[in-house]
Design a binder for this molecule. Structure first.
Ligand code: 2P0
Length: 338
């Protein structure tokens, strides 16, 4: 039962896949990255989140099931931060109800935390009637989960490391809208369960123990320069080379950690081999992998059919994603009567 003056709002956000990866933090508390990154926001996968600001008790419902674990703790912490950003800062945050659902596998390296925290801050801002500036929302999303700052924006998004200690200059910025370039991202679903090691833990462990981590960080800025130019010039060959290189170098830094962080499964290598064979046969396609075994394949729209056929022919499960728009309110915030 909602409380007096309760207000609900619903937002949706799409996940994003980084073409140049974020792996490592210069500030763990603020989620400030050690590497700049560049991503593509992708539809139709999406997270849909409703926040009721003023419920009987705090309650987080995740894909229809009440959650009391680490995920709900992080979600409620984000709502605390929204409350602290309000003009009435100092007043305690009212109990809130959060209902969130993904129409794609959660926590499997498909960027569900990115779309999740992006949808959360947009819905919370409307439900709390805070009307926070975009840069504040971007920082709140980033603190929930780094990559979420990129999912607030549609299309092609860059997230610089910034220079300021408070992170005010480190959040996602669109460099080109979704309709700038009609590429495809094929998602090869190797495993749909939660990953064995969370991204935050995997990053921290890589930073602490991998002798390759400094080399990974050293090359990241130049990758983003190349990728940005390739996106603006719609040069898929150039973008694809940087994309695959960035993913493999990031994974190399993890694999060199002690003990190794190895997300790959046999089907991960199978998918990589299909992509490399496609390239050898003249079909331009490049692979990227995140904190999980699934493989994403960047290609021209016109080549997606033949690539899907080849990947499925190798026994792999494939879905086709297209450039997606920004996080947005689905319906205006509504006062909820008790
Ligand atoms: C990325 N990943 O750029 C990289 C590549 C995974 C591999 O951002 O610790 O959930 O919450 O900031 O954003 C996934 O890490 O990590 C991620 P936190 P996040 O997309």
């Amino acid at each position: 039962m909602p409380a007096d003056n309760a207000c609900s709002a619903t937002a949706i956000a799409h996940p994003n896949i980084a073409l140049c990866k974020y792996w490592g933090k210069r500030d763990a508390a603020l989620n400030l990255p050690s590497t700049p990154s560049l991503s593509l926001t992708l539809a139709p996968f999406r997270t849909r989140t409703t926040v009721t600001w003023g419920a009987e008790t705090d309650c987080v419902v995740f894909n229809g099931v009440e959650n009391t674990g680490e995920e709900s703790r992080k979600i409620l912490l984000t709502l605390d931060r929204v409350a602290r950003s309000m003009a009435t800062a100092g007043a305690p945050r009212p109990p809130c109800r959060v209902e969130t659902e993904n129409d794609f596998p959660t926590a499997a390296g498909l960027a569900s935390s990115a779309s999740g925290f992006a949808a959360l801050v947009v819905a919370a801002d409307a439900a709390a009637r805070t009307r926070l500036p975009d840069a504040t929302l971007a920082a709140l999303a980033r603190q929930g989960s780094g990559s979420a700052t990129r999912s607030l924006q549609g299309g092609w998004v860059e997230w610089p490391i910034g220079e300021r200690p408070d992170g005010a200059d480190s959040h996602g910025r669109q460099i080109a809208a979704a309709d700038h370039w009609d590429v495809r991202m094929l998602v090869v679903l190797v495993r749909s369960g939660p990953k064995e090691i969370g991204s935050t833990e995997g990053m921290n462990h890589t930073m602490r123990t991998s002798p390759y981590y400094p080399a990974w960080v050293a090359g990241a800025a130049e990758d983003v320069v190349q990728a940005r130019a390739a996106v603006l010039g719609r040069d898929l060959e150039r973008l694809g080379r940087v994309t695959e290189r960035s993913a493999l170098r990031m994974h190399a830094s993890m694999i060199a950690a002690d003990p190794a962080v190895l997300y790959w499964k046999p089907e991960t290598l199978l998918a990589l081999e299909v992509v490399r064979a496609a390239r050898r046969s003249g079909v331009p396609a490049w692979a990227t992998m995140d904190a999980g075994p699934n493989v994403k394949v960047l290609c021209e729209a016109a080549d997606s059919g033949v690539l899907v056929e080849r990947l499925r022919g190798a026994g792999l499960d494939v879905q086709v994603l297209v450039p997606g728009g920004p996080a947005r309110l689905l319906e205006p915030a509504t006062a909820t009567s008790p």
